[in-house]
Write a new protein. Structure first.
Length: 75
């Protein structure tokens, strides 16, 4: 039998996260997010980081080419 989570505890946990985020400054939230991103990146191999970077470059180039084709972009 699978144990289910207490719905009240889950709701309180969500409120706590939102309250904490609201109490932090933008620079504090940015620092926390940066630290989390660095921790996730540290888990990846060099080959995987290179693969992800190449995908990002391809997506950026595709977006730029679509902006040129449609003429929608910053003037």
């Amino acid at each position: 039998m699978k144990k289910s989570k207490n719905a009240n505890a889950v709701a309180l946990g969500k409120l706590g996260g939102k309250a904490r985020a609201a109490s932090l400054s933008e620079s504090e939230r940015s620092a926390i997010a940066s630290k989390a991103g660095n921790a996730r990146t540290a888990k990846l191999s060099k080959a995987e980081r290179v693969r992800i970077a190449k995908l990002a470059v391809q997506a950026r180039e595709q977006k730029r080419s679509q902006i040129k084709l449609t003429g929608k972009g910053k003037a």
